[in-house]
Write a new protein. Structure first.
Lengths: 97, 239
């Protein structure tokens, strides 16, 4: 598997998308959306930006499968960290209530 | 022995280490190794992102109130600076891959300068927190944290605002430490780049330093909205 060279044009488009995403985050952050919509919008934009960086700037899209496995495993373990620790805090007061 | 190694060096690239079959295998191994390191970093920052989530969940109004004391313009500019530096870093890798020696040195220098710009702006923000007594606890003995300096939104309690600043300084501080390490790494890479060490055949060090740089950028992509933007929309609610 030989090395894939990403073109300057793609790098530039990704760069513009990231700047646009930042501007969008700021604009959305100043609006008062109902309920938890503000944080959902902010995190969605952040996740899209992070995905663009990982896929193109970090070349994951053109990397071998093993690299994908390593990244997905890390995100899986991160989900465990959040889910199990939060299940503790979430349910703590149930006994005293 | 010495003669045979010298003879071998004539038939393969001098940067090829002898436990690898060829340059391609060496490049893939170093890239994979960097990814393994970076996912341990995900877990490292993950713990801090968790504590952020927990305390924001416990004290949402206090978090929003405290967050409004961060400078949105400086945070947004710094996000732009870091994204631009990621772009120039990607171009530095591209220049190495395509053998554009001059462009490679220029891009690495730009990346380095943008990284330093980020750290300078960050330092100005920290200075502002020092001036307004918002550095948590007694980290600055002569200027202990002053919760009265925080403008409280409705529902926020004064005793809960300090935890936001602990988390803010822990996360942005750890991020800044990573930036400083990145600046150090890039300085070394730039030094070797000026001596023409990296080209189409061999550029693993540029590539994996780039991976590290982009990773630090990603952490900031999450820190910016989470720390700077969580309470802005509530500012019109009075209090």
């Amino acid at each position: 598997m030989s090395e894939h060279i990403v073109s300057i044009r793609i790098y530039f488009v990704i760069f513009l998308a990231l700047i646009l995403g930042t501007a969008l985050t700021v604009v959305a952050g100043l609006q008062d959306f109902p309920g938890p919509l503000n944080v959902i919008i902010a995190l969605t934009i952040a996740c899209i930006k992070a995905t663009l960086v990982v896929l193109y700037f970090m070349h994951l899209r053109y990397s071998n499968r093993l690299t994908w496995v390593i990244l997905i495993a890390a995100l899986f373990w991160l989900a465990i960290l959040f889910a199990l620790t939060f299940s503790d805090y979430w349910t703590r007061h149930w006994l005293t209530a | 022995m010495a003669e045979s190694i010298a003879a071998e060096h004539e038939v393969h690239h001098p940067a090829l280490q002898h436990h690898f079959e060829n340059m391609e295998q060496q490049r893939e191994a170093s890239t994979l190794g960097m990814w393994v390191f970076l996912v341990t970093e995900i877990m490292f920052f993950g713990g801090m992102f968790f504590s952020y989530t927990l305390y924001r969940w416990l004290y949402p109004e206090a978090f929003a109130s405290a967050s409004n004391h961060l400078s949105l313009p400086l945070g947004a500019i710094n996000t732009g600076v870091l994204i631009f530096s990621s772009f120039t870093m990607a171009l530095a890798v591209y220049s190495a891959q395509t053998g554009k020696q001059r462009a490679q040195v220029i891009c690495l220098t730009l990346t380095l300068l943008l990284g330093l710009t980020f750290l300078g702006i960050k330092a100005a923000e920290y200075k502002e927190k020092y001036d307004t007594n918002l550095i948590p606890g007694h980290l600055i003995p002569s200027r202990p944290f002053n919760p009265d300096a925080v403008h409280l939104l409705p529902g926020a309690r004064k005793e809960n605002v300090e935890i936001f600043f602990w988390i803010y300084f822990a996360m942005t501080g750890m991020h800044a430490v990573h930036m400083i390490i990145g600046v150090g790494v890039l300085s070394v890479i730039l030094f070797f780049a000026t001596r023409g060490r990296y080209g189409p055949e061999y550029h693993n060090p540029v590539e994996i330093s780039g991976l590290y740089w982009h990773f630090v950028d990603i952490i900031w992509i999450f820190l910016f909205p989470l720390l700077y933007l969580l309470g802005r929309h509530l500012m019109g609610h009075g209090g």
